[in-house]
Design a protein around this ligand. Structure first.
Ligand code: GLV
Length: 369
């Protein structure tokens, strides 16, 4: 008996669309690579679709839920972050939404680590030197040197899934690790990492002893050579510990003048004009960003200032952009597969139709007894 569900996807999610079509779903995919205007999303939702596939570029709020009253049954977001979806509104209208946590954890953490390496060892500047024929000689310290990562201290701001994966990668580079998270601490994981550090040292795999510990934000910022950000975006009123502009002028000034900031979380966690000033005035050593307050990055962004170009790496929201991570149809490997499965679970009433038991539903609190 084919399923007669109607779905609108605000972007193409590749082969995973066929996971739905093969089950009898009628799926319309927005054909452009850019996000559709909100008015089109409203129009599609009003037309009576059962499911909506969204990206972090789509604003999903009461207006959308109101348009879907009586028909819309699920929003399936292809991303782990869901700050574009108004959770309170979703709960008010009792619409479940799903995300794609877990499958992008390692890809995002490894990319954060590569950004950190790019910044510390000045890979971008070094390649320009070669390509522009400015590499005239080998010399012990000219035209510049980079900073090693091995043996340095990193602060991991946010110890959720991606922060913990970043910890694992940093431990492999013999780094000391300061952890900070206002909302979620995983002391068991930190203890296990310390044990692996101790074992590696005891067995001669790493020469120096290294350590990991939870500290306050101030301690983390004051002591770290690298600061890597892995918090969700939480605005004032959304949490007791909002993260909006966590990296403002005050907190940037707490970092060492030689320290590097890496952000793969959400752009608005960093106050961009404050960061540009910090780089111009050398309060910190450098920054590498994959996410921005407004995406794509504005042509007149202060982060594009040529005066800070050598210290400021700018990437296009790319951290999870691995082939398997983004597009595998396997919900245990790919964001696209997980996005489709989240929709199937809700529409087909898997898990006995109990939304609180569906692994990819985020706002379970709206559906408890
Ligand atoms: C990407 O930024 C995501 O939230 O998956």
């Amino acid at each position: 008996m084919p399923n007669k569900f109607r779905v609108f996807a605000t972007c193409d999610i590749g082969e995973s669309i066929n996971l739905l079509r093969n089950r009898g779903y009628e799926v319309e995919v927005y054909p452009q690579p850019e996000a559709p205007p909100k008015s089109l999303i409203i129009e599609k939702v009003k037309s009576g679709i059962d499911g909506l596939i969204t990206t972090l570029r789509d604003t999903i709020d009461a207006e959308v839920f109101e348009a879907g009253k009586g028909n819309l049954k699920v929003i399936s977001q292809i991303a782990v972050g869901f700050d574009n979806i108004n959770r309170a509104d979703a709960n008010k209208y009792k619409i479940p939404f799903t995300n794609t946590a877990d499958v992008l954890t390692e890809a995002t953490a490894e990319f954060a680590f590569f950004m950190l390496g790019d910044l510390a060892r000045k890979l971008w500047t070094a390649e320009h030197l070669t390509r522009e024929n400015k590499w005239g000689f080998w010399h012990p310290y000219l035209p510049f040197l980079g900073d090693e990562v091995t043996g340095k201290t990193i602060a991991i701001i946010g110890t959720g899934r991606i922060g913990l994966a970043m910890i694992k990668k940093c431990a492999g580079f013999d780094m000391n690790i300061l952890c900070y998270d206002p909302a979620y601490q995983n002391h068991d994981y930190v203890k296990a990492i310390q044990e692996t550090m101790d074992l590696r040292h005891a067995r001669g795999i790493q020469r120096e002893k290294t350590w990991i510990k939870y500290v306050s934000l101030d301690e983390a910022l004051a002591q770290a050579d690298f600061v890597s950000v892995h918090v969700p975006l939480l605005r004032e009123g959304e949490s007791d510990a909002p993260t909006y502009h966590l990296f403002n002028e005050t907190n940037l000034r707490k970092m060492k003048p030689t320290a590097f900031l890496v952000n793969t979380s959400r752009g608005p966690v960093v106050d961009e004009p404050a960061l540009a000033k910090a780089l111009r005035e050398n309060w910190i050593g450098g920054a590498a960003l994959d996410v921005y307050e407004k995406e794509p990055l504005a042509t007149d962004s202060p982060l594009r200032d040529p005066a800070i170009e050598d210290r400021c790496r700018l990437l296009p929201h790319f951290a999870s952009a691995g082939k398997i991570t983004r597009l595998s149809t396997d919900p245990n490997k790919g964001m696209a597969g997980r996005c489709a499965q989240g929709m199937i679970d809700v529409l087909e009433g898997n898990y006995g139709g109990d939304l609180t038991k569906m692994p990819y539903v985020v706002n379970k609190e709206a559906f408890g007894k």
